[in-house]
Design a protein around this ligand. Structure first.
Ligand code: NAP
Length: 249
């Protein structure tokens, strides 16, 4: 089996395990006590762009038991953060994060996406990539004008070719990502869009592990419905409210 095929098989098994756990937790005999459920396999997550969003996700996922490699073009600057998160957090370069992760988060200024996609094309090929990046012409220049016009779900696959792309965590402010995770009561919804069912299943799991409720909006072409400036963007909605706002079942 090639390494890409092995990766696909591993992620498929993960998605199946997640689905069977979800099903068994609400079976006819009532909720399964946590001790009865087998532990979920931790994921190796590489983070490219460990800023407001990437750094917060790193903290939430380490707390959920995942192995996280946070990266920077200046990795020394992340050592204190990694030390504060404990042994499941490590630090490296963007290339090392792309190599390390079976799931990779790309959370850089939008204008850096083309370069990240070019430089790390080989390392990212075939991987599940969660893309939080939003285009802001004032920060990112002309390419962001075009991305706004096309929508991120159409523009971003051109910058990140060959990956199993999911738009995720782009429609929540970093302060809320940090402050509303695992909130009491109904969790805040995180909209997702992607063309690959297994990648979406992995993203759903990671949204739950971060303390939010995933809502799959549809394929990448529907990412435009939660791009910057849409009525649901950065609105703190529950899953049912978000589904209603987007006309989802
Ligand atoms: N902040 C929010 O509330 C929010 C909400 C939703 C979506 N977003 C979007 O998510 C993305 C990240 O936002 P953020 O606020 O977390 O940004 P940020 O705090 O500025 O962090 C971005 C990180 O990207 C890294 N980076 C910059 N250029 C890079 C390059 N060429 N190659 C590799 N890494 C590079 C930088 O790390 P080093 O300099 O250490 O390498 C920096 O720490 C943006 O596209 C933003 O629009 C942000």
């Amino acid at each position: 089996m090639t390494s890409a095929a092995a990766r696909r098989a591993g992620l498929a098994a993960l998605a199946v395990l997640g689905a069977s756990l979800a099903a068994s937790a609400v079976g006819a005999a009532g909720p399964v006590p946590p001790a009865a459920a087998p532990p979920m396999t931790p994921l190796r997550i590489g983070i490219i762009g460990t800023g407001e969003i990437g750094g917060t996700l790193a903290r939430l996922w380490v707390a959920a038991g995942h192995e996280v490699l946070m990266s920077s073009r200046h990795p020394d600057r992340l050592k204190a953060l990694a030390a504060s998160l404990g042994p499941r957090a490590r630090v490296g370069t963007p290339r090392e994060a792309a190599q390390f992760g079976e799931v990779v988060v790309v959370s850089v200024p939008y204008g850096a996406l083309p370069q990240v996609g070019r430089d790390l094309r080989a390392e990212l090929a075939g991987k599940v990539v969660l893309d939080t990046c939003n285009p802001y012409p004032s920060r990112d220049g002309e390419m962001a004008v075009e991305a706004r016009r096309l929508s991120t779900g159409v523009a971003d696959p051109k910058f990140l070719p060959g990956v199993r792309l999911v738009r995720a965590f782009n429609a929540i402010n970093s302060g809320d990502l940090s402050g509303k995770a695992h909130r009491a009561g109904e969790p805040i919804a995180i909209p997702l869009a992607g063309d690959d069912a297994q990648a979406l299943a992995v993203a759903e799991r990671l949204v739950r592990d971060a303390g939010f409720a995933p809502v799959v909006v549809g394929p990448l072409s529907r990412a435009r419905e939660f791009d910057v400036g849409t009525p649901v963007y950065t609105r703190l909605m529950t899953a049912s409210q978000l589904r209603q706002a987007l006309g989802l079942k």
